[in-house]
Design a protein around this ligand. Structure first.
Ligand code: SAH
Length: 567
């Protein structure tokens, strides 16, 4: 199984040198350092246990630079659950020992050997089959699938007990395994893509060597595919990918079928029928037509998917949240890991990093939003996996609307076929409000005070009406060097409807280094206290404050309006 890049988790600065050496072995690996103990980690965490368990549940390989016992105790509660089992290793902080702990079927021993080689020590491999045969029979490389795991386990223990084995069929990978081979052996390993009931003492291994071409929409596609495989007597485990014409790229049935069958979906130029499509994609393969819309291509060896057509391009418009990694939603983290291209204003792209060397960064000026949106579609239409970054939420005065506007204006079918998704983030108003208490706890109005893309007169009108309606107010883009007087004018308008005692929250660089939170009142607020990195929250007539233990004040707007309900 293919895993994401590992997380290297460290507890102190003493492990940093070893962690860096290991990180070099895995592109995309991030070093997670304990807050206030580690300087210079890629990610900061606050709680070791919670962090390790979260990584484990997300199926992220874990390399923990600490005692094996700590890792075992931390993950123990999760081990009885079925679900993810990523590789987990403990590595001595000075790099002198590498201990694979969990994830035998996820390739933990392979990782242990890689890391040990990188650190110039020996890995503590304890798996007998692997020690004896040099590889794990139960964990074939990506082009092969094991027929039956339980049977496989019995096989390995029989081999360990001294049995010999015959190999039928071609699997270059098996040739490298130091198996005790004997043409007369009664145990056999059969490699092939044909559907087959295993004979007694036979272990089946399927090469992923079969492509299924779908040239037009087919009703109940997964069912039709299973029937086609049965008809051609091909084992389902040998199916390596689905191939469809580019004109069907946005077809949800295809996407769902590929997901259900657990195989990648690729696209090629349209052909006269499915057989033609299959033939063009896998030269030299045996073509088995099923009907005009379905055909199989069966190759001798596992297919190299990257060489077949191209994938559907993806464009994700993501919100990073205010800045702190803890406030970034997991879907966005996953998207950052899969992206091939990252577009955005340089500050935000840097905030979203670090990135792997194979990820292309396209940093642009903050104002070139439409150009950036079009560039994103051009890249995604080539089959790349593109992300456009915004801070906070991408739908709040940010890139999502620009991306949709670019698509709306375009009549390019390739752009409309892109797998477009908007992934939300914690917007600055919400992050600021949370730190202050609940100033937006009742109806509120969100406004940008920037008059770059709208006339100032409409801003004044909306301010006036929102203030009159007694909504709490959240101001984005409150002031800048090119817009020096607007905030003062906005506050004058609000002051016509609110008392000078109205609570005001100023959040600057919330969730970022050097953040400040300040609670003041409308009467004492001046534009000099605000800059373009500040979020301004102005209370309604019911917003109130009270002292918080430890200093400062809580600010909240009650859920009710008018008369307090009896509770
Ligand atoms: N999409 C962003 C907003 C972009 S507009 C979001 O949803 O948060 C930019 C404005 O947002 C800034 O001028 C500032 O008013 C506010 N802002 C963005 N990040 C902030 C942060 N970390 N702290 C305080 N205000 C922030």
């Amino acid at each position: 199984m293919a895993h994401s890049a590992p997380a290297i988790v460290i507890l102190g600065n003493g492990s940093l040198a070893t962690a860096r050496k290991i990180a070099q072995l895995y592109p995309g690996a991030l070093i997670h350092g304990l807050a206030e103990r580690v300087e210079g980690a890629d990610r900061v965490y606050h709680e070791f246990g919670a962090t390790l368990r979260e990584l484990y549940q997300q199926d992220t390989p874990i390399i923990a630079l600490c005692a094996a016992g700590i890792v075992i105790r931390t993950l123990a509660p999760l081990l009885l659950e079925k679900g993810a089992e990523p590789p987990v290793l403990a590595v001595a902080e000075d790099g002198s020992a590498v201990v694979p702990l969990l994830g035998g079927l996820g390739g933990v021993n392979v990782m242990a050997r890689e890391i040990a080689a990188g650190l110039d020590v020996a890995a503590a491999i304890t798996t007998s089959g692997e020690l004896r045969f040099g590889t794990c029979l139960l964990n074939p490389p990506s082009g092969y699938a094991l027929g039956d795991l339980e049977l496989g386990k019995r096989f390995v223990s029989d081999l360990l007990a001294g049995e010999h084995v015959r190999i039928e069929g071609a699997a270059p990978w098996l040739a490298q395994v130091q198996l005790p081979q004997d043409p007369e052996a009664h145990l056999s390993i059969h490699v092939g893509s044909a559907e087959r009931t295993p004979a007694a003492n036979e272990l089946l291994i399927y090469p992923r060597s079969v492509l299924l071409a779908v040239s037009a929409s087919v009703a109940d596609l997964p069912q039709a595919i299973r029937a086609a495989l049965r008809q051609a007597q091909v084992a389902g485990q040998s199916l390596a990918c689905l191939l469809a014409p580019v004109t069907e790229m946005a077809n949800p049935t295809l996407r769902e079928a590929a997901l259900e069958l657990g195989v990648p979906l690729r696209f090629a130029s349209a052909a006269s029928d499915a057989s033609e499509l299959a033939r063009g994609a896998v030269p030299g393969a045996t073509i088995i037509p099923i009907d005009a819309n379905l055909a199989l291509a069966i190759a001798e060896q596992p297919l190299d998917i990257a060489q077949i057509g191209r994938p559907r391009g993806r464009l994700a418009v993501i919100g990073l949240g205010p800045g702190a990694a803890e406030l970034m939603v997991p879907a966005v983290k996953a998207e950052l890991a899969r992206a091939t291209d990252v577009l955005g204003y340089e500050t935000y792209v840097r905030m979203a990093g670090p990135f792997r060397a194979d990820q292309v960064l396209h940093c642009t000026d903050n104002r070139e939003e439409m150009q950036r949106a079009r560039h994103a579609f051009e890249l995604a239409a080539q089959g790349r996996s593109v992300i456009v970054v915004s801070s906070g939420d991408p739908g709040v005065f940010a890139m999502a609307a620009a991306v949709l506007e670019a698509l709306h204006e375009s009549s390019e079918p390739a752009w409309h076929s892109v797998d477009l998704e908007i992934l939300p983030g914690v917007s600055a108003s919400l992050a600021t409000a949370a730190q202050a208490g609940a100033p937006l706890g009742h109806d509120f109005c969100v406004m940008s005070l920037s008059d770059n893309l709208k006339p100032w007169s409409i801003i004044e009108k909306r301010l006036d009406l929102a203030a009159e309606a007694d909504l709490a107010l959240a101001f984005y883009n409150p002031i800048s060097r090119s817009r020096p007087w607007q905030l003062g004018r906005a506050l004058e308008i609000v002051a016509q409807h609110r008392t000078p005692e109205t609570p005001v929250v100023l959040g600057r660089d919330i969730g970022r280094p050097g953040q400040t939170l300040r609670v003041t009142t409308l009467g004492t607020l001046t534009p000099e206290q605000v800059d373009m990195r500040t979020m301004v929250l102005i209370g309604s007539s019911t917003t109130c404050t009270f002292p918080r233990a430890g200093g400062g004040e809580w600010v909240y707007t009650p859920r009710w309006y008018g008369e307090k309900p009896v509770s």
